[in-house]
Write a protein that binds this ligand. Structure first.
Ligand SMILES: *Cc1c(COP(=O)(O)O)cnc(C)c1O
Length: 467
């Protein structure tokens, strides 16, 4: 492809993109698509000769959009949002064109320095302590893995990265039963193992029980284990559970343990001061992850890990082979030394575009609206016959269940969910809470309106009547 053709196609794709976003509300949120449908349209063998762009793009239009789940659809209420606000999409367009590797300061000075500034803007926006630093990772899973590696190495006095884990006492990590599965996976990958990830029971509010935590650590010490760290959760994925951060940090202090707070979703809400009570004590944690690529509006991927002091993590993850030396540049930050992957994308640009386009106040208004509309939706569903709210609103997430008399409520709720998602006007997903099958209702799509939320509520009521 020559530059002239690139220019023509860039313009056509820009038009296509605008039209896609403009007409999203008219599409079903979840596609009416069967497993294997796309595979059947793709030749089994790769082409030997080149194809013109017009044919490639026509095939894209024919095969792909109708088999996509539309995450930017304003009535997407499933999982958590993966918002891509339009200014952040524009930033990604230029990032993809410049296509730099941002592993060292020297390989992309602007990316490194903008990352430093954007992380600090977000630190201020979230009300986190002065002096904290941070790094933009691809995902919360990677940030949590980095933190778990750091916990492990601190506990082993950095013997693990030299000699492996065999022989010594097993490092133990503590997290509540409400914590995201990425913590389990970090334990697997870091060589700690599922059996050494101790799941602490919760109190009636579903936050980790500090007394149970203290008891588990004492029992582990008595049994010859090596307690290493605690993963705290603010806004768990299933129902939005929040651990009592200050109380857990107090236990960590008594025990000399490293703490990592997972606020991947709910962290975005903390740009509004009134929600910060849900992580009171946050200034005491060592590491914190939040995903601007979820609720805030920065196109995936963009996950910020804040660190009270990066020294322990950098000591754990720095490797300097000869070919990565940058002589004479010791005073600069090389962010690849803070993370597991070496190669890094220019992720700070979309934050710069996003925050400047809306301002913090514009972003706060969205979060506040989402939470208020979620409360309205909860009240409306509570008023429908045969529905029961199972967990009440935490931030903008609540769960409910459909319980027609004489029917198995798990099956009735699952059948209703399938009807809702086949209908296509909205998209909701399920979880299990204390054994019960429940539907999660999450309000957070960047462009959703109050009317979109109430339409989704209407769909729930209407389809329940049709059985
Ligand atoms: C989404 C989520 C994660 C995982 O985030 P990724 O960026 O997809 O790795 C972890 N923890 C919580 C609480 C989440 O909501």
């Amino acid at each position: 492809m020559d530059i002239a053709e690139f220019e023509t196609w860039s313009k056509r794709l820009a038009q296509w993109s605008a039209e896609y976003r403009r007409t999203l509300r008219d599409r079903p949120v979840r596609p009416d698509c069967q497993p294997g449908q796309v595979l059947a349209q793709l030749p089994e063998a790769p082409p030997v000769d080149g194809t013109d762009m017009a044919t490639i793009f026509a095939d894209f239009e024919r095969i792909v959009p109708e088999a996509m789940t539309h995450w930017q659809h304003p009535r997407f209420m499933a999982y958590f949002p993966a918002n891509a606000a339009l200014p952040s999409v524009l930033a990604e367009q230029v990032v993809s064109t410049i296509a730099a590797q941002c592993m060292l300061w020297q390989t992309s000075p602007a990316a490194t320095e903008m990352e430093t500034r954007m992380v600090d803007w977000m630190r201020q926006a979230l009300g986190l302590p002065h002096g904290w630093r941070g790094v933009i990772q691809d995902s919360a899973s990677s940030a949590t893995l980095s933190a778990v590696m750091t916990m492990r190495e601190r506990a082993l006095d950095w013997r693990g990265i030299r000699s492996g884990l065999a022989g010594g006492p097993a490092p133990r990590i503590y997290a509540s039963v409400q914590t995201h599965s990425s913590v389990d996976k970090a334990g697997w990958v870091a060589g700690i193992g599922q059996d050494n990830l101790v799941k602490i029971p919760t109190r009636p509010d579903y936050g980790m029980d500090p007394d149970a935590l203290r008891a588990a650590i004492a029992a582990d010490r008595a049994a010859g284990y090596q307690p290493a760290g605690i993963v705290i959760c603010t806004g768990g994925t299933s129902i939005g559970a929040c651990d009592p951060v200050a109380e857990i940090v107090a236990v960590a202090r008594e025990e000399g343990l490293y703490t990592h707070l997972d606020a991947a979703w709910a962290g975005s809400a903390m740009i509004c001061e009134e929600f910060r009570e849900h992580w009171a004590g946050v200034e005491g944690v060592d590491s914190l992850v939040f995903n601007p690529h979820k609720w805030l509006g920065a196109q995936f991927d963009c996950s910020i890990q804040f660190l009270k002091d990066p020294a322990d993590q950098v000591r754990t993850l720095t490797l300097r082979p000869d070919y990565l030396e940058t002589p004479g540049l010791d005073e600069v930050v090389n962010y690849s030394e803070w993370t597991v992957p070496l190669g890094r994308r220019f992720r700070a640009l979309k934050l710069w575009f996003l925050i400047r386009a809306y301002g913090l106040e514009g972003l706060r208004t969205r979060i506040r609206n989402h939470i208020a509309w979620s409360r309205e939706a909860e009240t409306a569903i509570a008023a429908l016959p045969r529905f029961r709210i199972v967990t009440t609103g935490r931030f903008s997430l609540f769960t409910f269940r459909y319980e027609p008399p004489g029917e198995d409520a798990d099956a009735a709720t699952a059948a209703l969910l399938e009807r809702i998602n086949t209908d296509g006007r909205t998209y909701l997903t399920q979880t299990r809470h204390e054994g019960d099958y429940v539907i999660r209702f999450q309000v957070g799509q960047f462009d959703c309106t109050r009317e979109d939320v109430m339409t989704a509520v209407g769909v729930v009521g209407e389809l329940a009547e049709q059985t």
